[in-house]
Ligand binder design. Structure first.
Ligand SMILES: Cc1cc2nc3c(=O)[nH]c(=O)nc-3n(C[C@H](O)[C@H](O)[C@H](O)COP(=O)(O)OP(=O)(O)OC[C@H]3O[C@@H](n4cnc5c(N)ncnc54)[C@H](O)[C@@H]3O)c2cc1C
Length: 411
């Protein structure tokens, strides 16, 4: 196949792009990373938590400076103050430093990184009629136009390749915003509040960081009310006397505003490949649908992409058909999205009273429930409120909680 300046161009320097580039460079590929922003990871659009299992799965040797806090797990809070724990260790990161570290590692392995390079156009080049040769990438930045044999689209929820090429379905997104707050005590658990009053079809979080800092935010489908709802949550809870502050990556002195972004929630796109092109992370729609964690999935899909790209380039065969192995890899490994989505839908149909009845029947520790414990939970729910099992499908709700653990790429 044809001449191109690069073996692989990675669009986006988030956790997905950084991981893909690191592994491509390690495999000896001539790798370029393009990032539209001047500074890696800024503005932060993440609650910043990552499980220990993800760190092990990706064989990351995390330096201390990218870690804000070592945490012990997640506490899920239901209405009427019913609380359940999902104990599994992890980290709250300084996410922008983590993303910078990943890119630095990729550069050490031989990749080239260019910031302030925004991709705007992708054109397929053909050698003979219908025989794909390479891509020409255009955009804003000194290096354009750029030619490459393969593109890894790691552009996040922007999904630049699907937007330009219209080669996959549209995905649904939810918006999430948070404040950084100070003087917030913690016991090393992340608090996830399933409190529909403040976050209809979503949840509120308190994610602790070092020095009693915390990310306090929410996701909800009620986009127009999100900031008002977040402010009311803070006002109505123990957080009401805590101060909001500027995160370390932001210039201080300006008015303190919540920060965040949008997250894919409808599961993977119906197509994640094209001739010489692989979509990873949020660009492919890979976030875990219940609690919207996406970094673990973005990094793992980046690693899968690098393996497939290396193999395809060594055979000099990288048309869409040649890249199908990528879809096999992620479909075999990633969580059963349809089950999580079904459980999530059932969850949001429960009233506050039904939510607290369901939760009261669950054990205090939700991690590592045996089959017997699960049957016990179902029996308890049946005796307390049979309609929850029969009409309200709470079993699928419980399954979707299970599939939101680190083991299933939940965080
Ligand atoms: C409020 C909020 C809280 C969240 N909390 C968590 C959490 O605690 N844990 C977790 O695991 N996940 C969380 N997520 C999800 C997580 O942030 C994403 O799933 C994850 O960052 C996806 O990684 P990515 O590399 O695919 O994309 P991104 O991190 O979005 O990176 C994409 C990169 O591509 C760049 N880019 C985009 N378009 C272009 C272009 N045209 N040209 C060049 N560069 C481009 C962007 O600037 C960006 O740097 C949260 C998301 C939000 C919004």
């Amino acid at each position: 196949m044809g001449d191109a300046a690069w073996d692989v161009v990675v669009i986006g320097a988030g956790p997905g792009g950084g991981t893909a580039a690191l592994h491509c460079a390690r495999l000896g590929l001539n790798t370029l990373i393009l990032e539209e922003h001047k500074q890696i990871g800024v503005p932060v659009h993440c609650g910043e938590c990552l499980s220990e299992l993800a760190v092990q799965n990706l064989e990351l040797d995390l330096p201390e400076e990218v870690i804000s806090l070592h945490v012990e797990g997640i506490r899920v809070l239901f209405p009427n103050n019913v609380q359940k724990k999902l104990t599994e260790p992890g980290y709250v990161l300084e996410k922008h430093l983590f993303e910078k570290w990943l890119i630095d590692e990729a550069v050490k392995e031989g990749a080239r990184f260019e910031s302030s390079h925004k991709v705007k156009g992708l054109t397929k080049k053909f050698q003979l009629e219908n025989q794909f040769s390479n891509w020409e990438i255009t955009g804003k930045g000194d290096l354009f136009p750029i030619t490459t044999r393969i593109i890894i689209d790691a552009s996040g929820v922007a999904g630049i390749s699907s937007r330009i090429l219209k080669n996959s379905n549209k995905i649904e997104v939810i918006s999430g915003y948070q404040y950084e707050m100070t003087e917030v005590e913690n016991d090393k658990y992340l608090d996830f509040y399933i409190w529909p009053k403040y976050a209809p079809e979503g949840y509120v979080w308190m994610i602790p960081k070092k020095n009693k800092r915390a990310n306090v935010g929410l996701v909800t489908t009620k986009k127009s009310e999100k900031i008002k709802s977040l402010d009311s949550f803070i006002e109505d809870t123990y957080l009401n006397d805590k101060k909001k502050t500027d995160p370390i990556w932001k210039k201080s002195g300006l008015k303190i505003k919540p920060f965040g972004g949008t997250i894919p929630i409808s599961g993977p796109r119906n197509n994640t490949i094209d001739d010489g092109l692989i979509m990873i992370g949020d660009a492919a729609g890979f976030t875990s649908p219940l609690f919207e964690g996406g970094s673990h999935l973005a990094m793992k899909s980046g690693k899968f992409a690098s393996i497939v790209v290396k193999d395809a380039l060594s055979k000099n065969e990288y048309s869409k058909t040649d890249l199908k192995k990528y879809e096999t890899l992620w479909k075999n490994e990633f969580p059963p999205y349809h089950k999580i989505l079904k459980g999530k839908k059932a969850l949001y149909e429960l009233s506050d009273e039904e939510l607290s009845i369901m939760a009261a029947c669950m054990p205090d520790e939700m991690n590592g429930m045996s089959i017997l414990t699960k049957i016990g939970v179902a029996i308890k729910i049946f005796f307390k409120k049979p309609s929850l099992l029969i009409r309200k499908k709470v079993i699928s709700v419980l399954l979707s909680f299970g599939y939101s653990r680190a083991k299933f790429y939940g965080w």
